[in-house]
Write a new protein. Structure first.
Length: 179
């Protein structure tokens, strides 16, 4: 009787590993399979640079925009008269917005009645008003154009308004230091 119960006990508690080959295969698989799964997950996550969904924040152009210089400096040769703008060019770029329409009380181009009292004050007074500002006109000195170019625009405007002002003389070239 004891043999029968003992054999039933042994059979009911047997595992699925019955041979040493199966034991070795199970031990090797228990180490290899997790390592392979971990390697596959790492490759899936870090295979290539993946941009954020709906964003171009990581492309080369966006990165270049973020790391560009904040400001730039542009230097002009104030003695190069050939590259300087004419009075009409400066007027079109800087003065036309107000002086063509008469906005903010600005005298219109060609309105001799409005320009006559201003022309009588002379070129120096007109240039000072343009460079420092007067009334609603903002100062023009130190902007995109040199004082000489602003002077050309003043003469252009005054002569269109009936004045007979002479074109200002080009600035004398700067004297370079002798060695």
């Amino acid at each position: 009787m004891s043999d029968a119960t003992h054999s039933e006990y042994d059979e009911s508690h047997e595992g699925f590993i019955k041979t040493p080959k199966q034991l070795v295969a199970t031990v090797v698989a228990s180490f290899v399979v997790p390592v392979v799964i971990i390697i596959m997950l790492i490759n899936f996550v870090a295979w290539d640079r993946k941009p954020a969904a709906g964003s171009d924040g990581l492309n080369a152009e966006a990165v270049a925009r973020r790391i560009q210089k904040v400001g730039t400096a542009e230097y002009k040769d104030v003695n190069d008269v050939k590259s300087m703008k004419s009075g009409e060019q400066v007027f079109q770029a800087q003065c036309s917005a107000c002086h063509l329409t008469g906005a903010a009380g600005a005298p219109k181009v060609g309105d001799e009645a409005a320009w006559a009292p201003r022309v009588k004050t002379g070129y120096d007074a007109l240039l000072t008003s343009a460079l420092k500002g007067k009334g609603n006109m903002a100062p023009q000195g130190g902007g995109d154009f040199s004082d000489f170019e602003i002077g050309r625009a003043v003469v252009y405007l005054a002569n269109k308004g009936g004045g007979k002002l002479d074109e200002p003389k080009a600035p004398a070239p700067a004297v370079t230091a002798a060695k």
